[in-house]
Design a protein around this ligand. Structure first.
Ligand code: IPM
Ligand code: MG
Length: 366
């Protein structure tokens, strides 16, 4: 198979973590014979600098013609005062809409070797394995009307969901639960919001098609607390766009760092892979950012687009192996411990993946 991939390294730490993710992908390709054709394009502040807009036309056209898109990060405080359509984030939101992926999968696992660095108590976090399924194309982020009043004394956004929007993302959550622990926790604010009532009624109806999956409901405020107190209670968390944005950052605390989380956006014309972290301008260009979220995106890409589950598992296993050996970037290093660079961690994961795959391939004589 030939994989046509567009990479959008973007802003801040985006380019440096993307470099490590692509070295791992190239290594997998070299061992397995997977052909990868990569085209790089600007987005976000990089798009604004190159073409005056956060999502330049050639970038969008290339993404729509690809098998998958990988995005590093967008965001640059230099554009904070710009109107919304000229901010870097507008490029990402427009890209998500154009690609059409509505289900954003954000796995967050407790890495055993990192239990000593999570701010949560290790005995509470051990074994946590959560998949946040975030609705990505609707809700407060996109619904109209929205605006800032001309007098600038009022601003407003609209929270709206249709049954169809909830149904399609709910199906992804139930399907995902079938290959996991068969529990979906649907998170809403149905005690206050009409949209949440529609959300809950729809999820219950879809859930009836999945009698083998247990469905629970939780208010978002309670969920925010339970995630910190008892993260092992969760399997799949199904929630809307804004709640999913917030809860997935919180789920990162269970893993140990926001830098560890990858995501896959499925259901549209072209799949989109992006780490959950932002552009982290304060540490950009220093080779200290954690590349594991970005490398985790390669595992998700191999699993969901290239349909190479064994190679995806090998990437995930290599990440665990390197963490277990104590090679850690500053965000997950123990206090006083020497921190590894972005490049060192990427190189070590690449080596571990190649070793594992070569062992497997020579074993099978392929
Ligand atoms: C995320 C990010 C984005 C979002 C920003 C950069 C627009 O926070 O992917 O979680 O809010 O969706
Ligand atoms: Mg976010």
């Amino acid at each position: 198979m030939k994989l046509r991939l567009v990479t959008l390294a973007g802003d801040g730490i985006g380019p440096e973590v993307t470099r490590q993710a692509m070295r791992v992908l190239h290594a997998v390709a070299a061992v397995t014979g997977l052909k990868v054709d990569i085209a790089e394009h600007p987005i976000g502040a990089a798009g604004l600098k190159a073409a005056g807009v956060p999502l330049p036309e050639p970038t969008l056209a290339a993404c729509l013609a690809a098998d998958a898109v990988y995005l590093g990060a967008v965001g640059d405080p230099a554009y904070d005062a710009q109107p919304p359509h000229l901010r870097p984030e507008a490029g990402l939101l427009a890209l998500r809409t154009a690609l059409g992926g509505f289900a954003n999968l954000r796995p967050a696992v407790a890495f055993e070797p990192l239990l000593d660095v999570t701010p949560l108590r290790p005995e509470r976090v051990r074994g946590a394995d959560i998949l946040v399924v975030r609705e990505l194309l609707g809700g407060l982020y996109f619904a109209e009307p929205r605006g800032y009043s001309p007098a600038r004394d009022v601003a407003f956004n609209t929270l709206q969901y249709s049954v169809a929007e909830v149904e399609r993302v709910a199906r992804v959550a139930f399907e995902s639960a079938r290959s996991r622990r068969r529990l979906v926790t649907s998170v809403d604010k149905a005690n206050v919001l009409e949209t949440s009532r529609l959300w809950r009624e729809t999820v219950i109806r879809v859930g009836a098609d999945y009698p083998d999956v247990t469905l629970k409901h939780m208010y978002v405020d309670a969920c925010a607390m339970r995630l910190a107190i008892a993260p092992t209670e969760f399997d799949v968390i199904l929630t809307d766009n804004l709640f999913g944005d917030i809860l997935s950052d919180e789920a990162a605390v269970v893993s140990g760092s926001l830098g560890l989380l990858p995501s896959a956006t499925l259901g549209g014309k072209v799949a989109l892979y992006e780490p959950v972290h932002g552009s982290a301008p304060d540490i950009a260009g220093k080779d200290i950012a954690n590349p594991i979220g970005a490398i985790g995106c390669v595992a998700l890409l191999l699993r969901h687009t290239a349909h190479m589950p064994r190679e995806a598992d090998a990437v995930d296993a290599a990440v665990r192996e390197v963490l277990a050996h104590g090679l850690r970037t500053a965000d997950v290093a123990r206090p006083g411990e020497h921190a590894a660079t972005t490049t060192e961690v990427g190189a070590a994961i690449e080596r571990a993946v190649v070793d594992a795959l070569e062992r497997h391939w020579s074993y099978h004589g392929v």
